[in-house]
Design a protein around this ligand. Sequence first.
Ligand code: PGA
Length: 259
Amino acid sequence: MRRSLVVANWKMHGSLNDNNHWIKNFKSSDLKQLTNTDIVICPSYPYLAQLQQSLLGQQNSHIFLGTQDVSSFANGAYTGQVSLSMIKDFSVNYVILGHSERRALCFEDDKLVADKAKAVMAGGLNPIVCLGETLEERETNKTHQVIKRQLQAVLDSVKSEDNLSNLVIAYEPVWAIGTGLNATAEQAQEVHRTIREQLTSVLSAELAANIRVIYGGSVKPNNAQELFNQPDIDGGLIGGASLDAGLFLEICTAATGRK
Ligand code: PGA
């Protein structure tokens, strides 16, 4: 069985003070009980140092830092961008890419997301590539076509990379993000299965079987267990509920207990 993975996407939330409260609450629970789950916290860039200092450590080797994006450029005259080498300075291991908010609001297309995934992987980090259909696409039966196109762009770009098992895919139906309307476990499993089939058709069976595919979109403590018990769902990408350390821990516990 693939290791469970739960990722907190804090989006543009947080402050030094709020984060300190969150960290205190998070660390007050018995994190050792969650050692069979990889837990990734993705704050905004200014807070990486705070989290690096207060959260990472030998006894928490299953807890990692991530970012919500990274530049596709290595370094240079790119005002406002943050490079891979910079985030590596803060012990970052994971990078969320192609989140639907970035695709919609920052005009990121499949090619840019694929280029970033390649750069992240070549740098030895784990890209978490988000795929997802809009409500209109779902209602016009285009879900599989959209997911396939988004995934193929990434696979074409990264398939010759050595550390391909670092790749993580997040299925996040756009209509489920921040709306309280999660995909049902059956709806999510159906898309996850087709993602797994597409991975298998492009990569070796062993490699495809090792890549983790997580679900995101209104995951809460009351629906996490059912979602995570699906055979092709390896964990979750959590937005709103990750801002509350208690709720987030309940979701991590559900991932740890997945069947
Ligand atoms: P949500 O967000 O859990 O608030 O729906 C998920 C995400 O955008 O990654």
